[in-house]
Design a protein around this ligand. Structure first.
Ligand SMILES: [Zn+2]
Length: 254
């Protein structure tokens, strides 16, 4: 069997990923499955503080790969993880959509590499999306050296039971070597920013097919139209909106 590495908690405020990884670890141990390693709490200090980055150096771990053995605490952790991850045949790490938002579960990777396309089909969630490609992320740096790797975006930040179960089931199927599934691939997705701050409420749920001009949500009761035809991957839930920190939605383009 191929060697698989599964990580959760790269970002310390994305507890859903930690929960899924813990569940998988218990299941793997219970079944005595060999060749699969799970690390549910990669960025432990950040998880303890429920923040994205380790508060000591405030560096985003997923922008530091392949890491630096002589760097800050997060750079050293990145180096350690990268050296471990290189030994595997597939590396999957589970993130969740930003705080206050919710997404349909999807796989994010570099689909220009055949080994990643194949990995998406084996994991078999419904949707796979081409990454916009911020450098120095673990999955991109691994892909460059030939290790198939992806992020799974797993619903909301914390306790969205249905989405977490969906991913857990897909991962168990994958670990057991189930046949490839049919996946819808998207080559492009975009974040929908809005300039204004205020009160926001969504008009559609994640997973909605939307046409250009249709209303995504309302900001201060004014409609926010979709700029493209596509599939709503994720959307911010009702609440206050700060354009410095948030986008209204992310859309995979048709
Ligand atoms: Zn994340």
């Amino acid at each position: 069997m191929k060697k698989i590495l599964i990580l959760g908690g790269v970002h310390g405020d994305e507890i859903g990923g930690v929960m899924i990884a813990r569940e998988l670890r218990g299941w793997i141990e219970g079944k005595g499955i060999q060749g699969v390693k799970v690390i549910p709490e990669v960025n432990l200090k950040a998880i303890e503080h429920r923040v994205r980055a380790n508060p000591i150096d405030e560096k985003d771990l997923n922008r530091l790969f392949p890491g630096d053995p002589d760097g800050t605490v997060s750079q050293r952790l990145a180096d350690e993880i990268f050296n471990e991850a290189k030994k595997y045949d597939a590396v999957i790490y589970i993130h969740t959509y930003g705080t206050g938002g919710r997404c349909i579960p999807y796989m994010l990777t570099d689909l220009n590499k055949d080994h990643n396309v194949e990995l998406c089909e084996r994991v078999g969630l419904d949707y796979a999306v081409q990454t916009g490609g911020t450098d120095k992320q673990l999955f991109l740096e691994l892909s460059k050296i030939g290790v198939p790797s992806m992020i799974i975006e797993a619903g909301g930040a914390e306790w969205l039971k249905t989405e977490l179960e969906m991913i857990t089931i897909a991962m168990k199927r994958f670990i057991q070597g189930a046949p490839s599934q049919k996946v819808r691939f998207f080559n492009k997705y975009r974040w929908i920013p809005v300039e204004e701050s205020g009160t926001y409420r969504p008009n559609v749920l994640p997973g909605t097919v939307i046409k250009e001009g249709e209303v995504l949500g309302y900001l201060n009761e004014k409609p926010v139209p979709s700029p493209v035809d596509g599939l709503v991957l994720g959307i911010k839930m009702e609440g206050s909106f700060d354009p410095e920190e948030e986008n209204i939605a992310s859309i995979a383009e048709f």
